[in-house]
Design a binder for this molecule. Structure first.
Ligand code: NIG
Ligand code: FE
Length: 394
């Protein structure tokens, strides 16, 4: 494998200070040297350095629904006219509309769409992407999405993919208003989780009013834990129905959204060490207030920032946009945001990534920007100059 030398201001996301006149050398997929440019070992001297204003770890997007196909632009116009997300979903739009698109598409088509999307994410500096299912809502279709995610993750030139099974995303249309069909669906998801232990790393569930109840999610997540899969949860996006307490009880890796989680829920998350994944693009699109960030800080909860890329509530693929919104709308500091898209995101996904140190896997991004604070500004514009994932240029 080729060796590469990169130079610029290096932000490592370890305890070490940023290095203004820094250099990173990549060899055999790992970071072989990290330090001052003047201290670069002799053997790298012949390599022409690739220069950037700023060098950071590759970004990790810890919450995406990137395996969608089709477009829900019509719903966006409805939202602009003042209609609510839940009302649109109740009429057969929302997640169910994306399910219909998955039903119509082949595994190859879903994978192809996902590969193109992952490459666009990589161009924005993202080298690890969590990808959820959740547009199947039937065992065969959830498995179709899982197969497409696996296929896309093997393609060349894409970021590292972490697959998550989110079969408890919305009630299948045939189960609406039918308690028995609903119970059958939840039971079928338990069986699907058991059968997915080699294809998914995490299981997610959407616990909210108009989604799934705590008892339903608990039943599925107990199977997840039994077969060794990690737990993540969408909670409190529209109402506090006890999702935080359940996430704490289950030892979830992450609880996501949290716009409507109260102090008691936050205390439960804190005591169980559950990270909070903040999704500012979604709350922006839905016109919602931010989660209680000061309370999250007071509780000492680890903060992750993610895109929530999906065709409904966060129709963007851009983690840098989520970073910009985390600063402007949620009041997070540069340090909180950077940790939230590197070390904290990687920790929540249980992947070894997110920090630059000698010997680590070389996920390294160069930016045409002078300083890490400048990462929060270039809204809507990609500013990477190089992106390496596992030592390979993407
Ligand atoms: O994270 N709230 C549930 N799930 C997604 C929305 C998915 C969709 O609308 O397609 C979210 O916001
Ligand atoms: Fe989501």
């Amino acid at each position: 494998m080729d060796a590469h030398v990169l130079t610029g201001r290096v932000v490592t996301m370890t305890d070490d200070e940023a290095i203004d006149d820094g250099a990173v050398a990549i060899e055999r997929g790992a970071i072989a040297f990290l330090g001052r440019r003047s201290e670069l070992p002799e053997r790298f001297a012949p390599l022409p350095p690739r220069r950037a204003g700023l060098i950071t770890p590759g970004l990790c997007d810890a919450h995406t629904h990137a395996a969608w196909v089709g477009s829900r632009h019509g719903e966006y116009l409805q939202k602009l006219r003042g209609e609510g997300y839940e009302a649109i979903a109740a009429r057969g739009g929302g997640i169910v509309a994306s399910m219909r698109a998955i039903e119509q598409a082949t595994v190859d088509e879903i994978a192809e769409t996902l590969i193109a999307r992952l490459k666009r994410m990589a161009a924005l500096g993202v080298t690890t992407v969590e990808v959820k299912t959740g547009y199947g809502l039937r065992r065969a279709l959830e498995e179709k999405q899982l197969a497409a995610i696996a296929m896309a993750s093997r393609a060349s030139g894409v970021p590292r993919v972490v697959p998550t099974l989110l079969a408890l995303h919305a009630l299948p249309p045939e189960a609406r208003g039918d308690d028995r069909a609903r119970a059958e669906y939840v039971a079928s998801v338990g069986a699907l989780v058991r059968a997915s232990r080699d294809r998914a790393k995490f299981v997610d569930a959407y616990v909210d009013r108009n989604a799934f109840r705590v008892d339903e999610a608990r039943a599925v997540m107990n199977v997840a834990r039994e077969v060794g899969l990690g737990v993540r949860m969408h909670i409190g996006q529209f109402a506090d129905v006890g999702g935080a307490e359940l996430a704490a009880e289950l030892g979830a890796r992450s609880a996501d959204h949290l716009e409507y989680v109260g102090e008691a829920g936050l205390a439960a998350l804190a005591s169980a060490g559950v990270a909070a994944t903040l999704l500012p693009i979604a709350s922006f699109v839905l016109g919602q207030a931010a989660p209680d960030v000061p309370a999250l800080r007071r509780a000492g909860i680890r903060l992750v920032v993610a895109s929530d890329a999906n065709p409904g509530t966060a129709p963007s693929e851009s983690l840098p946009l989520a970073m910009a919104f985390a600063a402007r709308l949620y009041g997070l500091s540069t340090a909180e945001i950077l940790a939230g898209v590197t070390t904290e995101a990687a920790r929540s996904l249980e992947v070894e990534a997110g920090a630059l140190r000698e010997g680590a896997v070389a996920d390294v991004v160069g930016w045409d920007l002078p300083h890490e604070d400048a990462l929060l500004q270039p809204w809507g514009t990609g500013r990477t100059t190089f992106v390496f994932c596992g030592g390979h240029p993407l």
